[in-house]
Ligand binder design. Structure first.
Ligand code: GAR
Length: 209
C-alpha cells in the first residue's frame, strides 16, 4: 500500500474521505500519520478515531516560515511517506519544502484553477458572476496553487447559491476526486515529469467528473 502522510488545518472532511476509502480497500493507501498546524483541528480527532498517529505542530511556536517548514519536513519524513497529501492545509509553503516533495505532494483547491487561486474562492466565484465553479487536485509547486492540475470537477452556480451552499456542493465533489487522484498515484498511473502531470502517460488535466 502507498504510504501517505496527510496535512490538515481544519475539519478534515477530505481526510475522512481518504480514511473511509482506504479502510474499505477502495484505494491502495495507508495513512501513516496526520499532521495539523492547528491543535484544535477536528481532523486530528478523526485521525485518532481511525487509529492513525495524529500530531499538532503549531506554526506559532516557530519564529520563521523556514524553521516551521524544516520542523514539519522532519516530522513528515519520520514516516517515510511516498506521497504527502495536503487536505485543507492552510499554509503557504517555502520553496525548499515544495522542492523536497516535488512530484510527490498533492493539494486540493476549491476552484477551477487557474481561476481563483488563494482564499474565499466560493464568494469570489459568485461575485464574478461565474456560471460554473468547482475544485482542482494538483501537484504542489513553489508558486501558490499553480502546480500541474490532475483532475477537476465542476458544478453550476445557481442564482440562489451562497458561498455556503456552493462550498457544500464543492465539498461533495472533493470527496470523490481526491481519493481517486491518490488512488491513481498509488497505482502508479499518475506520474509527474518536468513540471507536468500524466495519467497512463497521457498529459493531464482530465475534466468531467
Ligand atoms: C477544502 O474545501 C479544500 O479544498 C480547501 O479547504 C477545505 C478543507 O476542508 N483547501 C484550500 O482552500 C487550500 N487553499 P476539509 O478540512 O473539510 O477537508
Amino acid at each position: 500500500k502507498l504510504a501517505v502522510v496527510v496535512l490538515i488545518s481544519g475539519s478534515g472532511s477530505n481526510l475522512q474521505a481518504l480514511i473511509d476509502q482506504s479502510l474499505h480497500g477502495a484505494i491502495d493507501v495507508e495513512i501513516k500519520a496526520v499532521i495539523s498546524n492547528k491543535s484544535d483541528a477536528y481532523g486530528l480527532e478523526r485521525a485518532k478515531s481511525a487509529g492513525i498517529p495524529a500530531h499538532a505542530l503549531s506554526h506559532k511556536d516557530f519564529d520563521s516560515r523556514d524553521s516551521f517548514d524544516n520542523a514539519l519536513q522532519s516530522l513528515i519524513d519520520q514516516y517515510n511517506p511516498e506521497l504527502v497529501v495536503l487536505a485543507g492545509f492552510m499554509r503557504i509553503l517555502t520553496e525548499d519544502f515544495t522542492r523536497h516533495y516535488e512530484g510527490r505532494m498533492l493539494n486540493i483547491h476549491p476552484s477551477l484553477l487557474p481561476k481563483f487561486k488563494g482564499l474565499d474562492t466560493h464568494k469570489r466565484a459568485i461575485e464574478a458572476n461565474e456560471k460554473e465553479h468547482g475544485v482542482s487536485v494538483h501537484f504542489v509547486s513553489a508558486e501558490l496553487d499553480a502546480g500541474a492540475v490532475i483532475l477537476q470537477a465542476k458544478t453550476n452556480i445557481e442564482a440562489n447559491d451562497t458561498p455556503e451552499t456552493l462550498a457544500n456542493k464543492v465539498h461533495a465533489l472533493e470527496h470523490k476526486i481526491y481519493p481517486l487522484s491518490v488512488h491513481w498515484f498509488a497505482q502508479k498511473r499518475l506520474t509527474f515529469d518536468n513540471g507536468k502531470a500524466f495519467l497512463d502517460n497521457k498529459a493531464l488535466p482530465t475534466t468531467g467528473i
